[in-house]
Design a protein around this ligand. Sequence first.
Ligand SMILES: *Cc1c(COP(=O)(O)O)cnc(C)c1O
Length: 377
Amino acid sequence: MATQRILDFLATRRPEGPCLVVDLDVVRENYLAFEKALPDSRIFYAVKANPAPEILRLLASLGSCFDTASVAEIEMSLEAGATPDRISYGNTIKKERDIARAFELGIRLFAVDCVEEVEKIARAAPGSKVFCRVLTDGAGAEWPLSRKFGCVPTMAVDVLRQAKALGLAPYGVSFHVGSQQTDLSAWDRALKDARFVFQALAEKGISLRMVNMGGGFPTRYLRDVPTAQAYGQAIFEALKRHFGNRLPETIIEPGRGMVGNAGVIKSEVVLISKKSEDDDVRWVYLDIGKFGGLAETMDEAIRYPVATPRDGDETAPCVLAGPTCDSADVLYEKTPYPLPVSLTIGDEVLIEGTGAYTTTYASVAFNGFAPLKAYVI
Ligand SMILES: *Cc1c(COP(=O)(O)O)cnc(C)c1O
């Protein structure tokens, strides 16, 4: 939902063109809610969700740590006031020279999911701590992360043994249960695998210390989602179930859950039309689409709430599309989107829950449209 601060900003500043407005008060509330829900876990904000300097500075001042995917994100986190010991290089796919650069910048915590990556880190960041990512099935997530990251638990055991053999510090296990994960038991299944790796390595004389429980915490789009408190409770119970009274250190890496509901995109209806006289589905074209920041509508995975100035009027199903000359630039067609029949060309609409994965997912200038503008207030 758009906060009063966002509505006031849009009403007084009247920015031209599509733009994202992020309310920092909501980011602060989200951070504090995570801290309260999982008091024993350290929070590593997933910078890729929204790297706006104002957001990073706020989170750094609140004590957050940062999960980064590249040297540029490491530099942004440092610039925002985070010390290197509060930054992890969490991408499992890194060039060796980027690992070396991160090491120079003071980073000592790296993600791996194979022996080949361990070898790079042993050469470029000697003595560092590594955690190995295990595969999850992503079931229950609206934006699953597939098999691209992680390895099976038995392989994780070998990867961490090799890390030890090469002079690194085998530190723990990580997983990501898939983004926008609304199934609270997903963490239970992943923690069971983490526990297996801990146990198998303990038998070989290597004691791991940390479980990185990743992101996946949802934002409310059209349906209610469980609270941070409910996630905290479910995760804590799963930790106790699998680790008993020898709980490991834990990390969480919220991205979407930290900033998703803090942002709203203002957009404008450019055209409303039909493909034939007797069509009952209208096409509504906005001035933002898949290439302007709404990439997560791919396969209609994320369905954003759209607020119009005519809400309350009778609605009818519409195909919602973006403004570019690419036929892939359609947001919702398989499942048409109900919008007021009174909606008119020139109306401003608010696309809610767009604080995460929008500005940095916008193309640079496809069709000459500028990248998505953002205001952080
Ligand atoms: C993207 C990502 C996150 C954030 O995921 P959300 O679902 O947005 O919370 C956390 N950890 C890693 C390693 C990631 O790649």
